[in-house]
Write a protein that binds this ligand. Structure first.
Ligand SMILES: [Zn+2]
Length: 103
């Protein structure tokens, strides 16, 4: 049982978009001199929307396959080995070998 790299990447993209929307009003203000409150509203709505979508998808698709009580950190590609904080089992993505330290 493995975690899906596809969903990890989708969650990464959503979180990046949330950050982008969070800085959008400031960027618009400093770069374009935009003083319209629409920028702040769009920034807050976009940030909250993408953040909640990312959190929901993470909880739905990146749960620990063994105990289901925790969600894995979304990794774009193979990195540090992840362990479930609840059941202590190693978590693997579907493009990784499940041999410890294997290729
Ligand atoms: Zn677990």
């Amino acid at each position: 049982m493995k975690l899906s790299r596809k969903w990890a990447r989708i969650v990464c993209v959503l979180l990046a978009l949330a950050v982008a929307f969070a800085v959008l009003p400031m960027a618009a203000y400093h770069l374009a001199g935009a003083r319209s409150p629409d920028w702040a509203v769009a920034g807050v709505l976009g940030a909250v929307g993408f953040l909640s979508a990312g959190v929901v998808l993470r909880l739905k698709h990146l749960r620990c396959p063994y105990c289901g009580r925790s969600a894995a950190i979304p990794q774009w590609r193979t990195g540090k080995r992840l362990y479930c904080p609840c059941c202590d089992r190693a978590l693997f993505y579907d493009d990784e070998s499940d041999e410890e330290g294997g290729s």
